[in-house]
Write a protein that binds this ligand. Structure first.
Ligand code: HEM
Length: 310
């Protein structure tokens, strides 16, 4: 693991432990005295800042004006170095573990639902084409069943399981509930995804079809499905996350079978405490190459017998 990743993980873990502390006064005292976990947190944040600054410095040296990656784009329009560093750290924090968490639970569910796995493979062959090794943006967008399976997986295992906000001023919620200034209000995406009132009596089942109408993906209100938050502070990386996930899934699912080790238990996974949901001890899997001869040829080069739409 790189020094950056290690410092990053440590800083995330220690910040999350503040939120779950039963006596916040303890960590606040430690922070004041620069002791124990708070001292470690300060050091980890220092290391993250240092390495993020170094990343910016190196990119500046190499030149960024003709590059179209995210960092170069931000560098082209942000002058303030500290602000730029904080943007990089925010995007890494928001985008790294969330996608990893979503993919982990997706493959966990897929190994328990071979019927869904087959349906995904059929759709990929039909839409992406059996002659294409990877899929472009437009083809990924047309994978409605896969989109539905990803949404369904995150309904049951949202990467951000719950999220709190603090009320700045006295306020009244749409249902008339009064919330006084300073109150902590938490929405719990994990619990909401398993509520019978919201999802029906099969709310605990993994059923991608619930998101499809005549084969097309049909979204739900973000206030019913707050996996990416809603309103003004909705996740900025939502579309990017979905594309990233689809890209990985298309490549992996076509070539490999992922078997969760000791899956026979069908016990619910045990989560580790943290800002994003991760499984305690990881998810041990056996990866088996499928007996498929996926071609290296490009889109549009399929044989006459192929039923795909290239
Ligand atoms: C499956 C993957 C993801 C999930 C489930 C997810 C979920 C969320 C949630 C729940 C929030 C609201 C957090 C809060 O208000 O406290 C959020 C915010 C945010 N996300 Fe994501 N996210 C994902 C991937 C990404 C990716 C890949 C990026 C960018 C590379 C990203 C960038 C952001 C940013 C910048 C915010 C802050 C928006 C703001 O406060 O205005 N996210 N995300």
């Amino acid at each position: 693991m790189s020094e950056f990743a290690a410092a990053f993980d440590k800083a995330s873990r220690l910040s999350a432990s503040r939120a779950t502390s039963t006596m916040p006064v303890v960590w606040k005292a430690k922070r004041l005295l620069n002791r124990g976990s708070e001292r470690e947190l300060r050091e980890a944040i220092g290391m993250v800042n240092l390495l993020a600054n170094e990343l910016i410095r190196q990119r500046r040296k190499l030149g960024f004006s003709s590059n179209h990656d995210l960092l170069s784009r931000f560098m082209a329009c942000v002058d303030d170095e500290t602000y730029l560093r904080d943007i990089i750290i925010s995007f890494m924090l928001a985008g790294r573990d969330t996608v990893a968490s979503a993919l982990t639970s997706f493959f966990l569910l897929l190994s328990r639902h071979p019927d869904v796995r087959s349906a995904i493979r059929d759709e990929i062959d039909r839409v992406v084409g059996c002659g294409a090794a990877t899929a472009g943006y437009d083809r990924l967008r047309d994978l409605h069943y896969l989109h539905a399976a990803i949404y369904e997986s995150m309904r049951l295992y949202p990467p951000v399981q719950f999220d709190s906000k603090f009320c700045l001023e006295d306020d009244v919620l749409p249902d008339g509930t009064f919330v006084s200034k300073g109150t902590r209000v938490t929405y719990h995406a994990y619990a909401m995804g398993r509520m019978e009132e919201l999802w029906g009596s099969d709310c605990h089942e993994f059923r991608p079809q619930r998101w499809l109408t005549n084969g097309a993906f049909t979204p739900e209100s973000p206030y019913k499905y707050p996996v990416f938050q809603g309103g003004l502070r909705v996740c900025l990386g939502k579309e990017m996350a979905l594309m990233e996930m689809k890209t990985v899934i298309v490549v992996v699912v076509r070539r490999f079978d992922i078997h969760v080790v000791d899956d026979g238990s069908s016990l619910p996974p045990k989560f580790a405490p943290g800002l994003t949901a991760s499984l305690e001890g990881g998810l041990p899997v056996r990866v088996q190459r499928r007996n498929t001869s996926l071609p290296t040829q490009q889109l549009g080069a399929c044989s006459a017998q192929c039923s795909c739409i290239c």
